[in-house]
Design a protein around this ligand. Sequence first.
Ligand SMILES: [Zn+2]
Length: 342
Amino acid sequence: MTTAITLNPLHEAHDEATHVERKTRLQAIEAALDTSGLRPELSTLPVIPATSAQLLAVHEQRLIDTIHWTASQDDVWFGMDTYTTRHTWEAARMSAGAAIAAVDAVATGRAHNAFALSRPPGHHATPSQPMGFCFFNNIAVAARHAFMHHGIARLAIIDFDVHHGNGTQDCFYDDSTVLFCSSHASPLYPGTGSEHEVGLEDGYGTTLNIPLPYRTGDMGFSMLYDQVIMPAVRRYRPEMILVSAGYDAHWDDPLGPLSLSISGYTAITQRLVALANELCNGKIVMILEGGYSLPALSGGVLASLRVLLGQAPAPDPLGPADTAEPDLTTVIRRILDRHPIF
Ligand SMILES: [Zn+2]
């Protein structure tokens, strides 16, 4: 049983010191891997940049050309929040390449499971638009690659980032070959992801959004996975599970209003790995999205990696949130009653 990781050797060139999505995020994860002693247990795979053909399977040529153009500019901002440097073009293609390499390893059986530890993140990038710190939708590019090169016919993408994965939803909204399932705080950026967004045409019923009240934490997520997400994925029966793994639903995150603990991330990852073992011969690939508290981000990633490795959880270094959780019974009942997948 091998657990693989992929890194992005070019990520440090996409950096803005005053921005929350900066190079210290991945540096903190790599430092935590070293001090935890986990690094030698993991197989670190080589990564090459995503090709134009791989990006074009998801994105419009115009978007690819725009990101390429930023390589000739000192800095460009898309909206108020999404910066580029002269090296973002290379870093973003490598980040998509890291997701592809992780999927390749698991699809071919070279690794049992994998985690792409890369940035810039991807789940807000739509086919035509960079946004929310994202340029190329890494998980969507990796999913299309799995369909085209590994003969996979059905994938589940589970997105537990605190923000709605609007870009990923847009990529597969009318496509029945992907079950896209996002849990996210509401109201919050980017404002999409209502429970009424359930997919269109061929994809009707294969988009599952679960907007969550503020301060939802470990207890709420356990209920949600046991009563909604796991039953939905069982109904769908994917051949592989991809995870948009954002750690900004942690109580210490400066952007996210939810209250997960690191132990809560362990519990979520345990459920996803159990689902993959039950339905997909263990094939699960996690792909890093957000997470802006460095201790919560690095601690959460280590917790997920321990689960992928089949190890017992370590003590939670940050402990639980000190606020009470809202009751999710009504939210869950409503989705079970109304969503077409049920
Ligand atoms: Zn996020």
